[in-house]
Design a protein around this ligand. Structure first.
Ligand code: ATP
Length: 238
């Protein structure tokens, strides 16, 4: 089976500073794969490169068997790769519903769009209850839900989530993680970047630990969760 996403020896630099120093990993259809690691490890840079916002200086990215490097960000969305960015980036003055509709801007199947908006409301009932309100009135966790809902509106083959639990209360975080499990159960393929290693590894099929631009350890979610070095470095154990 060919992987849905195949990243090989990817290198990304900001000027002279190499932030991603030759990483390789793959994501199979239906899997949740997580990248964990401390601040500055290069996780966000990796996602931004996969969605075409940054140009790599080396390596290859294949999505659905096709090289992605030559495409612009909008063309990459059209191919089925959606990104729910760190810090959310919702449009605060627009209504919640219109924020969701923006996620479907490349689609023209009206009935399908309405169906998916209703699906987003089923997944995140608070968004439906407040659909006519300005998105900026939502709490941080609710804005995170909106960002995820909006990314799903493009009907992605692969959903990339950058730190969905950032800044959330423990209850909100549990809710977001439960939603990710639900999406996985429905067959959505997910690449998840998280600082909360425990939560991410608990639901991931595979994980990769990044340190200063490199992948230093890879394994199944369960293996990494029980790995002594991971427990010490990322799960706060002595
Ligand atoms: P975090 O969890 O803190 O977001 P991360 O693993 O996502 O961390 P990146 O944001 O990808 O890490 O950053 C990787 C490295 O690249 C860091 O050293 C960071 O300072 C650097 N970096 C990120 N963005 C830029 C930029 N626009 N210009 C220069 N250096 C940058």
């Amino acid at each position: 089976m060919t992987a849905l996403l195949e990243v090989e020896d990817l290198r990304v630099a900001y000027g002279k500073i190499e932030a991603v120093k030759g990483i390789s990993f793959k994501v199979d259809a239906g899997e949740v794969v997580t990248l964990i690691g401390t601040n500055g490890a290069g996780k966000t840079t990796t996602l931004r490169t996969l969605s075409g916002l940054l140009k790599p200086v080396g390596g290859s990215i294949k999505f659905n068997g096709k090289p992605l490097r030559k495409y612009r960000a909008d063309q990459i969305v059209a191919q089925g790769l959606a990104h729910s960015p760190e810090g959310r980036h919702i449009f605060p003055r627009m209504t919640i519903e219109n924020n969701l509709r923006l996620g479907a801007y490349l689609r023209s199947d009206k009935a399908g769009i309405e169906k998916d908006i209703n699906r987003a409301y089923e997944l995140f009932p608070i968004l439906g209850e407040r659909k006519k309100q300005a998105a900026g009135t939502l709490s941080g966790g609710e804005q995170q839900m909106l960002a995820m809902g909006r990314a799903l509106m493009s009907q992605p083959k692969l959903l990339m989530l950058d730190e969905p639990s950032m800044g959330l209360s423990p209850i909100m975080m549990q809710k977001i993680m439960a939603t990710i499990s639900e999406l996985k159960a429905n067959g959505t393929t997910i690449l998840l970047v998280e600082q909360n290693a425990q939560a991410a590894l608990s639901l991931a099929d595979h994980g990769h630990v990044m340190e200063v631009g490199k992948i230093v350890l890879s394994g199944t979610g369960g293996d990494l969760l029980h790995d002594e070095s991971v427990r010490k470095a990322y799960l706060g154990e002595d």
